[in-house]
Design a protein around this ligand. Structure first.
Ligand code: SDX
Length: 435
């Protein structure tokens, strides 16, 4: 990666009587940054920003988000155009290589991914170590981490060829592992990938086909699945991507870094929100109870939050949520679930939230997780598989960001500091002298 920040000027900070000066850089789009890397050296103080609300961790050329305008670009291309006109594997190529592929590059890339979809035969026995009632995300964290025990020839992070092979293997094998996590926890036999099927169709078949009968992929659902993968592919420096970058900054192998990203994504504030949002809609149950839950969400003394609403960056409608809502209606119509009782609950919740002063003032809009749960349920996935699907799609984003970090000449191990408010130095107290 070639660093492309442009020096724009200088910033000064005076603290405890000492004045420090810092370079101000501008990028292609978005806010300028103040490089405070020499603050401690100049003024003997740290900054403090626990949620990183005003802190950039890196320079990146992959994804840009304008939260106020509700804009999401992947290598400059708007998410709604990619969702409408591209395919998930084409978006994978774009995220990894920075440009849309030409015909020959697309063909080579698709063939490469297709030929990496199988797992080592012994890998299937790894799943046997889990209880059948394990949460599929627990299986994913363990299984993806275990890939480093099988594919030693793509763990040397200093070898660009091995990094590319690991990237291809991760993108290709995640659907196979995710489908196995579903089959294992549902007690059905594993289904091998088929090379004649496209990425999304292959995944649906590995999840839903059974040996007892033929299975035909529904093209409308396959297109919806592919679009859902595109919507979840990457999202700048979110919590799980930052986890992958931090793990990678120590030199950990790519499989271990992706496993760390999966673990972070599992949380209900992040990738677990789609599962939590559907559970919330089911708990609300009927349209007439929506008001009661909106009231709870606004009550400062009640920890309840509307799952699928709000976002650290988007203070406008999440552009992915609009495409997700359209896909939701398409899928419900295709499977004849337009009468899903949760849909009117979701639409009434959205209507109230978008007109309620509390949500308007706090700029809380539906995010991608709000409609994805209803859609995935209609496609036949159990609730506990929703975050697995998010992890499957986000793997390409994690890998692209990990590659970018490794290739960044300014990259160093991430090691934040702190403000210490614990006990001052004190001597050890023998047991006989303690209270
Ligand atoms: C994803 O970062 C990414 O890009 C993530 C993601 C990706 O693609 O990687 O986009 C995917 O994680 C989407 C977000 C999914 N999470 C949820 O839907 C869970 C519900 N949302 C919230 O927990 C919350 O909105 C967050 C975690 C998403 C954002 O939290 P922030 O930015 O730290 O905001 P905050 O918690 O400081 O909230 C600001 C205010 C607070 O009120 P005050 O203390 O200012 O009075 O808004 C309120 C919050 O109480 N608030 C909500 C709310 N979310 C925030 N109130 C009710 N319901 C909510 N959902």
């Amino acid at each position: 990666m070639e660093n492309k920040v442009k020096l724009k000027g200088k910033a000064q900070m005076t603290v405890n009587g000492r004045t420090a000066e810092f370079p101000v850089y501008s990028g292609t789009l978005g806010p300028d940054v103040v490089d405070i890397g020499t603050l401690y050296k100049q003024a003997d103080v740290f900054t403090l920003d626990p949620g990183f609300t005003s802190t950039g961790s890196c320079e990146s050329q992959i994804t840009f988000i304008d939260g106020d305008e509700g804009v999401l670009l992947h290598r400059g291309y708007p998410i709604d155009q990619l969702a409408e006109k591209s395919s998930f594997l084409e978006v994978c190529y774009l995220l990894l290589h920075g440009e849309l592929p030409n015909e020959s590059q697309a063909k080579t890339f698709n063939t490469t991914i297709t030929r990496h979809t199988m797992l080592h035969a012994q890998f299937d026995r790894f799943f046997e170590g889990f209880r059948r009632d394990a949460h599929p995300m627990a299986v994913m964290v363990g299984a993806v981490g275990a890939l480093s025990a099988f594919y030693h020839d793509s763990t040397d992070i200093n070898d660009p060829v091995q990094r590319l092979v690991a990237s291809h293997r991760m993108i290709a094998k995640m659907p196979t592992i995710a489908a196995r996590a579903y089959k294992y926890t549902s007690g059905q036999p594993f289904v091998s990938p088929r090379n004649e099927l496209d990425y999304a169709s292959n995944f649906l078949r590995m999840c839903f086909s059974v040996p007892a009968e033929d299975y035909a992929v529904n093209p409308v659902l396959a297109r919806a699945m592919d679009r859902i993968f595109i919507l979840h592919a990457d999202h700048e420096q979110n919590a799980s991507t930052s986890t992958v970058r931090l793990a990678g900054s120590s030199g950990a192998n790519p499989f271990a870094c992706i496993a760390a990203g999966i673990a972070c994504l599992w949380g209900p504030s992040h990738g677990g929100a789609n599962e939590a949002a559907l559970k919330m809609l089911s708990e609300i149950g009927t349209v007439d109870r929506v008001h009661e839950y909106v009231k709870k969400a606004k009550d400062k003394n009640d920890p309840f939050r509307l799952m699928g609403f709000g976002h650290r960056v988007y203070k406008n409608y999440d552009p992915r949520a609009k495409v997700m809502q359209k896909t939701c209606h398409e899928v419900l119509k295709e499977v004849g679930a337009e009468s899903d009782p949760l849909l009117p609950v979701a639409m009434e919740l959205e209507r109230i939230a978008l007109s309620d002063e509390y949500f308007i003032e706090k700029k809380l809009y539906p995010n991608i997780d709000f409609y994805s749960g209803i859609t995935l349920k209609a496609m036949g996935f159990p609730t506990d598989m929703f975050t697995v699907l998010f992890a499957l799609a986000r793997t390409v984003g994690w890998i692209a960001q990990w590659q970018e970090m490794i290739e960044d000449p300014t990259q160093r191990i991430g090691r934040p500091r702190q403000i210490y408010t614990g006990a001052p130095r004190r001597d050890y107290v023998p047991m006989s002298q303690r209270g």
